[in-house]
Design a protein around this ligand. Sequence first.
Ligand code: ZN
Ligand code: ZN
Length: 82
Amino acid sequence: MLKLKPNCECCNRDLPPESREAVMCSFECTFCRTCAETLLHGACPNCGGELVRRPIRPAAKLARFPASTERVYKPEGCGRVA
Ligand SMILES: [Zn+2]
Ligand SMILES: [Zn+2]
């Protein structure tokens, strides 16, 4: 099951499961669209893979299959100073 991470790894912005601003790579590294476009140029800084929009999990399924609450924040990987 896809891990819906709660924030952007680059800017720590909240990305709730219903956000259409969330993008992710095949390893579920998660970023906001702004960072993906301006800092990362569409490629994951961790694995080099493609970043695509994260699909929205239907709200009715979130009760049984909740989003992850474990924040991952690695600004140093995004070309930012921590
Ligand atoms: Zn971001
Ligand atoms: Zn990745």
